[in-house]
Design a protein around this ligand. Sequence first.
Ligand code: MRU
Length: 355
Amino acid sequence: MTDPHAQPHPDAGAVQPIRWEDDRLLLLDQRVLPFEETYLACDTGAEVARAIADMVVRGAPAIGVTAAYGVVLAARRRYGEDAEGWRAALTQDLAVLAAARPTAVNLGWALDRMGRLAADLEGDPVAALLAEARRMHAEDIAANRAMGEAGAALMAGGSGVLTHCNTGSLATGGYGTALGVIRSAWRAGKLARVFADETRPWLQGARLTAWELTRDGIPVTLLADGAAAYLMHQGEVQWVVVGADRIAANGDVANKIGTYGLAVAARHHGVNVMVVAPTSTVDMAMASGHEVPIETRDPAEVLGCGGRPVAAPGAAAWNPVFDVTPAELIDAIVTERGVVRAPNAERMRRMMGAG
Ligand code: MRU
Protein backbone atom coordinates (compact mmCIF):
# COMPACT_ATOMS: atom_id res chain seq x y z
CA MET A 1 0.00 0.00 0.00
CA THR A 2 1.36 3.42 -0.82
CA ASP A 3 1.83 5.88 1.98
CA PRO A 4 0.26 9.17 0.85
CA HIS A 5 2.82 11.04 2.98
CA ALA A 6 5.62 9.55 0.88
CA GLN A 7 4.49 11.31 -2.30
CA PRO A 8 6.69 13.86 -4.12
CA HIS A 9 8.75 16.01 -1.77
CA PRO A 10 6.54 18.97 -0.90
CA ASP A 11 7.71 22.00 -2.80
CA ALA A 12 9.87 19.72 -4.98
CA GLY A 13 8.54 21.24 -8.18
CA ALA A 14 8.44 24.60 -6.49
CA VAL A 15 6.79 27.34 -8.41
CA GLN A 16 8.83 30.53 -8.86
CA PRO A 17 6.33 33.35 -8.92
CA ILE A 18 8.96 36.12 -8.67
CA ARG A 19 11.90 35.85 -11.10
CA TRP A 20 14.66 38.29 -12.02
CA GLU A 21 15.68 37.39 -15.56
CA ASP A 22 17.42 39.31 -18.35
CA ASP A 23 17.48 42.50 -16.28
CA ARG A 24 13.73 42.56 -15.74
CA LEU A 25 11.24 41.31 -13.20
CA LEU A 26 8.92 38.47 -14.18
CA LEU A 27 5.79 37.96 -12.08
CA LEU A 28 3.58 34.90 -12.38
CA ASP A 29 0.14 36.40 -12.98
CA GLN A 30 -1.86 35.08 -10.02
CA ARG A 31 -5.10 36.57 -11.35
CA VAL A 32 -5.42 33.86 -13.96
CA LEU A 33 -4.15 30.84 -12.04
CA PRO A 34 -4.79 27.92 -11.97
CA PHE A 35 -5.90 27.80 -15.59
CA GLU A 36 -3.15 29.91 -17.16
CA GLU A 37 0.50 30.11 -16.17
CA THR A 38 1.71 33.36 -17.68
CA TYR A 39 4.38 35.78 -16.52
CA LEU A 40 4.04 39.55 -16.62
CA ALA A 41 7.31 41.37 -17.34
CA CYS A 42 8.03 44.59 -15.44
CA ASP A 43 10.71 47.08 -16.52
CA THR A 44 9.87 50.02 -14.27
CA GLY A 45 8.99 50.70 -10.65
CA ALA A 46 5.60 52.04 -11.73
CA GLU A 47 4.79 48.76 -13.50
CA VAL A 48 5.70 46.85 -10.35
CA ALA A 49 3.45 49.12 -8.22
CA ARG A 50 0.57 48.51 -10.64
CA ALA A 51 1.15 44.73 -10.56
CA ILE A 52 0.96 44.78 -6.74
CA ALA A 53 -2.20 46.94 -6.67
CA ASP A 54 -3.88 44.78 -9.34
CA MET A 55 -3.12 41.47 -7.50
CA VAL A 56 -0.78 40.05 -10.15
CA VAL A 57 1.34 39.27 -7.11
CA ARG A 58 -0.17 39.19 -3.62
CA GLY A 59 0.56 37.88 -0.13
CA ALA A 60 2.47 40.06 2.34
CA PRO A 61 6.01 38.64 2.03
CA ALA A 62 5.73 38.30 -1.77
CA ILE A 63 4.63 41.93 -2.00
CA GLY A 64 7.71 42.96 0.01
CA VAL A 65 10.14 40.97 -2.14
CA THR A 66 8.49 42.22 -5.34
CA ALA A 67 8.70 45.83 -4.18
CA ALA A 68 12.42 45.36 -3.48
CA TYR A 69 12.99 44.35 -7.10
CA GLY A 70 10.77 47.30 -8.07
CA VAL A 71 13.25 49.62 -6.35
CA VAL A 72 16.06 48.12 -8.47
CA LEU A 73 14.11 48.94 -11.65
CA ALA A 74 13.23 52.43 -10.43
CA ALA A 75 16.83 53.21 -9.43
CA ARG A 76 18.14 51.98 -12.77
CA ARG A 77 15.87 54.38 -14.61
CA ARG A 78 16.54 57.33 -12.29
CA TYR A 79 20.32 56.83 -12.42
CA GLY A 80 20.18 56.57 -16.24
CA GLU A 81 18.31 59.89 -16.36
CA ASP A 82 20.46 61.74 -13.83
CA ALA A 83 23.60 60.21 -12.33
CA GLU A 84 23.76 63.02 -9.74
CA GLY A 85 20.16 63.57 -8.62
CA TRP A 86 18.84 60.00 -8.86
CA ARG A 87 18.46 59.50 -5.09
CA ALA A 88 16.06 62.42 -4.68
CA ALA A 89 14.01 61.28 -7.70
CA LEU A 90 13.88 57.72 -6.31
CA THR A 91 11.91 58.90 -3.27
CA GLN A 92 8.94 59.50 -5.61
CA ASP A 93 9.13 55.89 -6.82
CA LEU A 94 9.35 54.63 -3.24
CA ALA A 95 6.17 56.57 -2.43
CA VAL A 96 4.32 55.12 -5.44
CA LEU A 97 5.36 51.59 -4.48
CA ALA A 98 4.40 52.16 -0.82
CA ALA A 99 0.90 53.25 -1.82
CA ALA A 100 0.21 50.11 -3.88
CA ARG A 101 -1.44 48.24 -0.98
CA PRO A 102 -1.85 49.57 2.56
CA THR A 103 -2.21 46.61 4.94
CA ALA A 104 0.83 44.35 4.38
CA VAL A 105 3.64 45.94 6.42
CA ASN A 106 6.22 43.89 4.51
CA LEU A 107 5.84 46.42 1.72
CA GLY A 108 6.99 49.38 3.86
CA TRP A 109 9.59 47.19 5.57
CA ALA A 110 11.18 46.22 2.24
CA LEU A 111 11.06 49.77 0.87
CA ASP A 112 12.70 51.17 4.04
CA ARG A 113 15.49 48.62 3.78
CA MET A 114 16.10 49.34 0.09
CA GLY A 115 15.80 53.10 0.62
CA ARG A 116 18.35 53.07 3.45
CA LEU A 117 20.81 51.18 1.26
CA ALA A 118 20.21 53.48 -1.72
CA ALA A 119 20.95 56.54 0.42
CA ASP A 120 24.48 55.26 1.08
CA LEU A 121 25.43 54.17 -2.46
CA GLU A 122 27.93 55.95 -4.67
CA GLY A 123 28.03 55.49 -8.46
CA ASP A 124 25.77 53.07 -10.33
CA PRO A 125 23.44 51.64 -7.63
CA VAL A 126 21.92 48.76 -9.60
CA ALA A 127 24.27 45.90 -8.67
CA ALA A 128 24.15 46.62 -4.93
CA LEU A 129 20.37 47.08 -4.90
CA LEU A 130 19.83 43.90 -6.90
CA ALA A 131 22.04 41.98 -4.49
CA GLU A 132 19.98 43.30 -1.57
CA ALA A 133 16.67 42.34 -3.24
CA ARG A 134 18.02 38.85 -3.90
CA ARG A 135 19.19 38.66 -0.28
CA MET A 136 15.71 39.59 0.97
CA HIS A 137 14.21 36.99 -1.31
CA ALA A 138 16.55 34.27 0.00
CA GLU A 139 16.06 35.34 3.62
CA ASP A 140 12.31 35.01 3.25
CA ILE A 141 12.62 31.45 1.95
CA ALA A 142 14.97 30.55 4.82
CA ALA A 143 12.54 32.07 7.34
CA ASN A 144 9.70 30.03 5.86
CA ARG A 145 11.68 26.80 6.13
CA ALA A 146 12.44 27.52 9.80
CA MET A 147 8.81 28.42 10.56
CA GLY A 148 7.64 25.31 8.75
CA GLU A 149 9.58 23.11 11.14
CA ALA A 150 8.69 25.14 14.25
CA GLY A 151 4.98 25.22 13.43
CA ALA A 152 4.80 21.54 12.53
CA ALA A 153 6.45 20.69 15.86
CA LEU A 154 3.43 22.16 17.68
CA MET A 155 1.05 19.67 16.09
CA ALA A 156 0.16 16.24 17.32
CA GLY A 157 0.01 13.34 14.86
CA GLY A 158 -3.30 12.79 13.09
CA SER A 159 -4.25 16.49 13.14
CA GLY A 160 -6.76 18.02 10.79
CA VAL A 161 -5.90 21.56 9.68
CA LEU A 162 -7.90 24.35 8.13
CA THR A 163 -6.18 27.18 6.30
CA HIS A 164 -7.45 30.39 4.76
CA CYS A 165 -6.41 32.43 1.72
CA ASN A 166 -3.06 31.50 0.12
CA THR A 167 0.12 31.62 2.17
CA GLY A 168 2.33 29.38 0.04
CA SER A 169 5.13 29.83 -2.48
CA LEU A 170 2.89 32.22 -4.37
CA ALA A 171 2.47 34.52 -1.36
CA THR A 172 6.10 34.55 -0.20
CA GLY A 173 9.66 34.27 -1.47
CA GLY A 174 9.01 30.51 -1.58
CA TYR A 175 7.72 27.52 0.49
CA GLY A 176 5.18 29.58 2.41
CA THR A 177 4.25 30.63 5.95
CA ALA A 178 1.08 28.79 7.07
CA LEU A 179 1.32 26.62 3.97
CA GLY A 180 4.99 26.00 4.80
CA VAL A 181 3.87 24.62 8.19
CA ILE A 182 1.31 22.46 6.42
CA ARG A 183 3.97 21.23 3.96
CA SER A 184 6.37 20.40 6.80
CA ALA A 185 3.68 18.78 8.95
CA TRP A 186 2.49 16.71 6.00
CA ARG A 187 6.02 15.56 5.27
CA ALA A 188 6.41 14.62 8.95
CA GLY A 189 3.31 12.42 8.61
CA LYS A 190 1.38 14.48 11.15
CA LEU A 191 -1.64 15.55 9.13
CA ALA A 192 -4.79 13.52 8.66
CA ARG A 193 -6.61 16.08 6.52
CA VAL A 194 -5.97 19.49 5.00
CA PHE A 195 -8.95 21.78 4.48
CA ALA A 196 -8.84 25.14 2.71
CA ASP A 197 -11.44 27.88 2.65
CA GLU A 198 -12.19 28.98 -0.89
CA THR A 199 -11.66 32.61 0.32
CA ARG A 200 -14.12 34.91 -1.35
CA PRO A 201 -13.98 37.18 -3.21
CA TRP A 202 -10.60 36.51 -4.86
CA LEU A 203 -10.72 32.74 -4.25
CA GLN A 204 -7.08 32.52 -3.21
CA GLY A 205 -7.89 29.24 -1.44
CA ALA A 206 -9.72 27.57 -4.31
CA ARG A 207 -7.46 28.85 -7.07
CA LEU A 208 -4.01 29.17 -5.48
CA THR A 209 -3.75 27.06 -2.30
CA ALA A 210 -5.45 24.10 -3.96
CA TRP A 211 -3.12 24.51 -6.97
CA GLU A 212 0.00 24.50 -4.82
CA LEU A 213 -1.06 21.57 -2.65
CA THR A 214 -2.21 19.37 -5.50
CA ARG A 215 1.07 20.04 -7.33
CA ASP A 216 2.86 18.82 -4.18
CA GLY A 217 0.71 15.69 -3.97
CA ILE A 218 -0.92 16.86 -0.71
CA PRO A 219 -4.66 16.09 -0.78
CA VAL A 220 -6.77 19.16 -0.05
CA THR A 221 -10.48 19.54 0.60
CA LEU A 222 -12.05 22.91 -0.24
CA LEU A 223 -15.00 24.41 1.54
CA ALA A 224 -17.08 27.54 1.22
CA ASP A 225 -15.94 30.10 3.81
CA GLY A 226 -19.32 29.85 5.53
CA ALA A 227 -18.82 26.12 6.16
CA ALA A 228 -15.80 26.54 8.45
CA ALA A 229 -17.63 26.72 11.79
CA TYR A 230 -19.63 23.61 10.93
CA LEU A 231 -16.41 21.79 10.00
CA MET A 232 -15.05 22.61 13.46
CA HIS A 233 -18.30 21.44 15.04
CA GLN A 234 -17.80 18.10 13.27
CA GLY A 235 -14.44 17.70 15.06
CA GLU A 236 -12.55 17.54 11.76
CA VAL A 237 -9.85 20.12 12.58
CA GLN A 238 -7.54 20.63 15.53
CA TRP A 239 -5.65 23.62 14.10
CA VAL A 240 -6.54 26.68 12.09
CA VAL A 241 -3.24 27.75 10.48
CA VAL A 242 -3.08 31.15 8.81
CA GLY A 243 -0.60 33.82 7.74
CA ALA A 244 -0.59 37.53 8.51
CA ASP A 245 -0.32 40.85 6.73
CA ARG A 246 0.66 42.78 9.84
CA ILE A 247 1.12 41.76 13.46
CA ALA A 248 0.87 44.57 15.99
CA ALA A 249 3.14 44.93 19.02
CA ASN A 250 0.50 43.36 21.29
CA GLY A 251 0.07 40.29 19.05
CA ASP A 252 -3.14 41.36 17.27
CA VAL A 253 -3.10 40.01 13.71
CA ALA A 254 -4.38 41.61 10.51
CA ASN A 255 -4.97 38.95 7.87
CA LYS A 256 -7.32 38.02 5.03
CA ILE A 257 -10.96 38.87 5.68
CA GLY A 258 -12.57 35.92 7.42
CA THR A 259 -9.63 35.15 9.71
CA TYR A 260 -11.32 36.88 12.66
CA GLY A 261 -14.47 34.82 12.17
CA LEU A 262 -12.39 31.64 12.01
CA ALA A 263 -10.65 32.53 15.29
CA VAL A 264 -13.96 33.24 17.05
CA ALA A 265 -15.40 29.93 15.83
CA ALA A 266 -12.18 28.11 16.75
CA ARG A 267 -12.26 29.37 20.34
CA HIS A 268 -15.89 28.26 20.67
CA HIS A 269 -15.02 24.76 19.46
CA GLY A 270 -11.71 24.34 21.31
CA VAL A 271 -9.71 24.42 18.05
CA ASN A 272 -6.19 25.94 18.20
CA VAL A 273 -5.21 28.95 16.09
CA MET A 274 -1.66 29.29 14.75
CA VAL A 275 -0.46 32.43 12.94
CA VAL A 276 2.71 31.96 10.90
CA ALA A 277 4.62 35.01 9.70
CA PRO A 278 8.21 36.24 9.40
CA THR A 279 9.35 39.11 11.63
CA SER A 280 9.18 41.38 8.54
CA THR A 281 5.39 41.16 9.11
CA VAL A 282 5.65 42.34 12.73
CA ASP A 283 5.05 46.07 13.17
CA MET A 284 6.30 47.00 16.64
CA ALA A 285 5.42 50.65 15.90
CA MET A 286 1.75 49.74 15.93
CA ALA A 287 0.57 49.26 19.50
CA SER A 288 -2.56 47.28 18.63
CA GLY A 289 -4.54 45.97 15.69
CA HIS A 290 -6.95 48.93 15.93
CA GLU A 291 -4.34 51.09 14.21
CA VAL A 292 -3.76 48.82 11.20
CA PRO A 293 -4.95 50.38 7.92
CA ILE A 294 -7.44 47.95 6.42
CA GLU A 295 -7.65 47.93 2.63
CA THR A 296 -11.13 48.18 1.13
CA ARG A 297 -11.31 47.20 -2.53
CA ASP A 298 -13.77 47.69 -5.38
CA PRO A 299 -17.32 46.47 -4.52
CA ALA A 300 -17.37 44.87 -7.98
CA GLU A 301 -15.13 42.11 -6.57
CA VAL A 302 -18.02 41.03 -4.30
CA LEU A 303 -20.81 41.71 -6.78
CA GLY A 304 -19.20 39.36 -9.28
CA CYS A 305 -17.21 36.16 -9.40
CA GLY A 306 -14.40 35.51 -11.85
CA GLY A 307 -15.26 38.76 -13.63
CA ARG A 308 -18.91 37.78 -14.15
CA PRO A 309 -21.71 39.59 -12.31
CA VAL A 310 -23.54 37.39 -9.77
CA ALA A 311 -25.45 39.91 -7.64
CA ALA A 312 -28.83 41.41 -8.39
CA PRO A 313 -28.33 44.66 -10.32
CA GLY A 314 -28.63 47.64 -7.99
CA ALA A 315 -27.20 45.90 -4.88
CA ALA A 316 -24.31 47.60 -3.08
CA ALA A 317 -21.37 45.71 -1.56
CA TRP A 318 -18.83 46.21 1.25
CA ASN A 319 -15.40 44.80 0.48
CA PRO A 320 -12.85 45.06 3.31
CA VAL A 321 -10.15 42.57 2.32
CA PHE A 322 -8.52 42.15 5.74
CA ASP A 323 -9.70 41.96 9.32
CA VAL A 324 -8.03 42.04 12.73
CA THR A 325 -7.95 39.07 15.09
CA PRO A 326 -7.28 40.03 18.71
CA ALA A 327 -4.26 38.36 20.29
CA GLU A 328 -6.42 36.70 22.93
CA LEU A 329 -7.94 34.44 20.24
CA ILE A 330 -4.52 33.26 19.02
CA ASP A 331 -2.79 30.24 20.57
CA ALA A 332 0.59 30.64 18.89
CA ILE A 333 2.43 33.07 16.63
CA VAL A 334 5.29 31.35 14.79
CA THR A 335 8.13 33.46 13.39
CA GLU A 336 11.65 32.57 12.25
CA ARG A 337 12.85 33.77 15.67
CA GLY A 338 10.65 31.42 17.62
CA VAL A 339 7.15 30.60 18.84
CA VAL A 340 5.11 33.02 20.95
CA ARG A 341 2.37 31.14 22.78
CA ALA A 342 -0.66 33.09 24.03
CA PRO A 343 0.79 36.28 22.51
CA ASN A 344 0.75 39.60 24.34
CA ALA A 345 2.89 42.75 24.24
CA GLU A 346 5.52 41.46 26.65
CA ARG A 347 5.99 38.11 24.87
CA MET A 348 6.10 39.78 21.46
CA ARG A 349 8.75 42.22 22.69
CA ARG A 350 10.82 39.37 24.03
CA MET A 351 10.61 37.41 20.76
CA MET A 352 11.50 40.46 18.64
CA GLY A 353 14.44 41.25 20.86
CA ALA A 354 15.66 37.70 20.78
CA GLY A 355 17.76 37.91 17.78
O1 MRU B 1 -5.15 40.01 -0.55
P1 MRU B 1 -4.02 39.05 -0.46
O2 MRU B 1 -4.18 37.83 -1.31
O3 MRU B 1 -2.68 39.73 -0.68
O4 MRU B 1 -4.02 38.57 1.05
C1 MRU B 1 -3.05 37.65 1.49
C2 MRU B 1 -3.24 37.24 2.90
O5 MRU B 1 -4.09 37.71 3.60
C3 MRU B 1 -2.24 36.27 3.45
O6 MRU B 1 -2.83 35.46 4.42
C4 MRU B 1 -1.07 37.03 4.09
O7 MRU B 1 -0.57 38.00 3.21
C5 MRU B 1 0.03 36.13 4.47
S1 MRU B 1 0.81 35.42 3.05
C6 MRU B 1 2.09 34.49 3.57
